[in-house]
Unconditional design. Structure first.
Length: 187
């Protein structure tokens, strides 16, 4: 059985709290109040029209069966909801996963996501037996691309037309990875 009430302490102000159904309202209100900002790079914003949409998304994560369960966390600064971070597309046979994240515009440029990704990598490598973590960022989303670069991820290449954004426009994605062994070797 998977424990579903995990909290990962990032620093004295920031915690990653495992997603719960009760988080739906905070998530929806953040998306709804920042549609233009968040919608530029996040394809789900356009389809998130009502609280029930977010409730359905959260329910699909929280109630996922064991074999398809993914750890997803709210990012909280001083217990205030500021964003989401988590694993997606985890391949348990090959011990690899992808980290996705988004952060409220009001909390940008504070190092919150960089610190959170770093902690989530430690959790993946040390607690989940993951060997490879990847991050994909829209080529033109410089703020998002800075995070894996700062954390020593290796740039692997570009996934052409890798994500469909609002307005039916495809964007290329930069693909970065970090291996468990990269931490020891300093690579």
């Amino acid at each position: 059985m998977i424990t579903r009430s995990l909290i990962i302490k990032v620093d004295s102000e920031i915690n990653l709290k495992q997603l719960e159904q009760s988080d739906s309202k905070d998530i929806f209100e953040t998306i709804d109040s920042q549609r233009l900002y968040l919608g530029r790079w996040l394809p789900f914003v356009e389809k998130t029209k009502a609280l029930s949409d977010t409730e359905g998304f959260v329910k699909s994560i929280v109630n996922a069966p064991g074999e398809s369960f993914e750890y997803v966390f709210t990012i909280r600064k001083n217990n205030e909801f500021v964003g989401l971070i988590g694993f997606r597309g985890t391949d348990r046979i090959n011990n690899k996963t992808e980290i996705g994240y988004w952060l409220s515009e009001l909390y940008q440029k504070q190092g919150i996501v960089t610190k959170s990704v770093n902690q989530l990598c430690d959790f993946a490598f040390d607690e989940q037996g993951i060997n490879r973590v990847q991050i994909k960022c829209a080529v033109k989303n410089q703020a998002s691309n800075n995070i894996p670069v700062r954390l020593g991820f290796k740039f692997e290449g570009i996934e052409r037309s890798g994500e469909l954004l609002s307005g039916n426009a495809y964007t290329d994605l930069n693909v970065y990875s970090k291996l468990k062994g990269d931490r020891r070797s300093g690579n």
